[in-house]
Structures are given as C-alpha cells and as structure tokens.
Design a binder for this molecule. Structure first.
Ligand code: URA
Length: 282
C-alpha cells in the first residue's frame, strides 16, 4: 500500500478517497454536470477604514461578543472616506505590502485577542485556491492556515487530487485572525478582511477556487444558501470559477458527507482539467 493510501486509511477516508478512476471509487452520488456560472461576483462591501479606526457599518455586526471591546459608534462620513481610502490602498498593494498590512491590521475587534495573523500559505501563482473560514487555535499559534486536525484532512483531500500544500495550491481563509472560541467570523469582521482577501485573490490569479464550508461560500458568492444547494455547480467569484464543498472540520464530524466531498473534488479536478485545456497551459 502506498504512503498516501496508508495515510488516507489512517484518517478513516479509505476507500472513498482513493485516487482517480471514479468508476471504481466514486460514491453513488456522482458529480453533477457543470453549469454556467450562476452567481454574481461577491459585492464589494464598503468597509473598514483607517487602520486605527473601527470600520463603518460594523458596529452592530461586530459588537464584540467575547473580545471585550467597547461599543462602536455609527460611522461618520470622515470614517467612510477613510475606509474608501483604505480599500483603495489595499487594492493596489503588492504581496509584501499586503502581508505587512495584514500583519499590522487593527481594523476589527479580532485583532485584540489574536496571537498572530494567518495570511495564507502556498504557491503565490497557484492554479488552485482552497478557501476556509478563519484560523483556529493551532493556526493562531503558528501563523499557518489549516494545521490542526481539519488541516490534516485538507492535506489528505489535496493528496487525493495529486496536490500538495505549497505546490500549485494556495490555502487561505476569509478572515486572517482567529475568532475567539472557534466561533464563526461575524459579518463585520469578514467585511474588514474582505479587501485583503480580494487583493490576495487578485494577486494569485487562481484558475479555480474551492470554497470549503458555508462561511467561505456565502462570503465569496454573496449568498446565504446552504452548501448542499451550492455543490455540484460552477459559480464565479469576480470572474474566477468557484466550486463549493464541505469544510474539512465538518467532514470530520459528519462521515457520510465525505462521499459527497469526494464527488466535489472529482468535479473540481475535471473542471480544472477543462480550464487547463481551454487555456492551453497548466
Ligand atoms: N478552519 C479554517 O477554516 N481555517 C483554518 O485555517 C483552520 C481551520
């Protein structure tokens, strides 16, 4: 048995995650046909402003639940102008400037309790972009996304596609700071991080985005639809094809849906192949 097979088996993923030849291994729920991109690109949300100030429109949404911050006053027009300027500046950043801006960001209450920001990791011109929601405790300690248990599953999912962290793949999260107690990121927090994410994606220029879980899918597609209803179609984020699947942490808790996630990965692999053939290069 290969090292990968052993690893998959150890994670309880074999034989569902055995590689290739779906006729043998693909679960009964076959990956649906690709459809024309249905979703409008995610709206550009007007967000945070000057680094030291709290973003407009986030007062209610980010009213800090457990980060111990004070209430946020409604945004003034000055604050809105500051925020527009911040967004404009971010939209022009190169990689180094963007990384520095994220590392020093104090735009939302999540900064108060983070140990470190988690920018993202991988090939900066990767064709594949896997998107999670936000760092957990281990990511907050190490600065790298998906290094905990869910990360090990993600690595196995990548291996099933013949992919490896850092090689042709970039992994990022919707928010760059850990939401305390592993809660979901709040909408205001996601709005604050949105210009960073948008610029990151613009710089990577992935061929295909795989949104893992409802938070990533909702944020990138601007919809509140469930993952189950978004799977099996090709969506679009600002012109980039996007496929939705389950979050690895959810899969760890919900074994039966691993088969569906496998179908999603096969679908994504086929879509990537078609994209490569369409552009004539990998
Ligand atoms: N879950 C995520 O969505 N991202 C991580 O980086 C880790 C766990």
């Amino acid at each position: 048995m290969s090292r990968r097979d052993l690893m998959l088996e150890e994670m309880g993923l074999s034989p569902v995650w055995r590689l290739r030849h779906e006729s043998v291994d693909q679960p009964s729920e076959a990956a649906p046909e690709a459809e024309p991109p249905p979703s409008a690109p995610a709206a550009v949300v007007d967000v945070p402003q000057h680094a030291a100030r709290r973003p407009p429109g986030t007062a209610a949404a980010t009213a800090p639940r457990d980060v111990g911050s004070e209430a946020v006053p409604p945004p003034s027009s000055d604050a809105n102008a500051d925020e527009q300027a911040r967004r404009q500046a971010i939209s022009r950043m190169d990689w180094d400037a963007l990384k520095a801006a994220v590392a020093n960001c104090v735009a939302c209450p999540l900064q108060a309790k983070r140990n470190t920001t988690v920018f993202g990791v991988g090939d900066e011109h990767a064709p594949w972009l896997f998107m999670g929601e936000g760092p957990g405790a281990e990511e907050d300690a190490t600065g790298e996304p998906f290094v905990g248990q869910a990360g090990r599953l993600l690595d196995n999912m990548l291996a099933a596609l013949d992919l490896k962290r850092g090689e042709g793949v970039y992994i990022a999260n919707v928010v760059k700071c850990r939401p305390p107690n592993n809660r979901n990121p709040e909408s205001g927090e996601m709005k604050c991080c949105e210009p960073y994410l948008a610029r990151q994606i613009e710089l990577i220029k992935p061929k295909l985005i795989v949104a893992m879980g409802k938070i990533a899918a909702s944020h990138l597609l601007g919809t509140d639809a469930a993952v189950a209803s978004l799977r099996g179609r090709v969506h679009e984020y600002r012109g980039t094809p996007l496929i939705v699947t389950y979050h690895p942490a959810y899969l760890l808790r919900t074994l039966p849906d691993k088969a569906k996630a496998w179908a999603d990965l096969c679908f994504a692999r086929d879509k990537m192949q078609a994209l490569i053939e369409a552009t004539g290069k990998s």
